[in-house]
Design a protein around this ligand. Sequence first.
Ligand SMILES: [Zn+2]
Ligand SMILES: [Zn+2]
Length: 134
Amino acid sequence: MNGSCLCGGVKFSFAKFDGGIANCHCSMCRKFSGAAYGTFGTVRTEDLNWESGFDLIKIFNSSEKAHRGFCSTCGSSIFYRLSTPDAPFEIAFGLLESEPVESPTANIYCANRPKWPRNIDELPNFEEARVMKK
Ligand SMILES: [Zn+2]
Ligand SMILES: [Zn+2]
């Protein structure tokens, strides 16, 4: 599986996810991703190949026990990682280049989940931008 950030500077690949993929609704993941929630999949350090741009990744210590990596050029959220040696990378799902075989299996930290994204499946869908009726 291949992934890259918005500017394409950071590129990585890996063979498989290792463990549960989840939508995290905590306020930190929401702000980190700038979206309703953050979707992350666990990839073991030894399974992850940083193809290019690893030096572009800036680290933000979001708590005493975890940090987050983002592209210093375009701002894309790249990963969440516990600050312990050999901790796996929780890779941001939105960076994947192709449709993954696996999909999220849980919503976590739902105590912080806002109400506004809950009706996404009930909204009208447009192939591209919304056409506003006059
Ligand atoms: Zn970038
Ligand atoms: Zn979270």
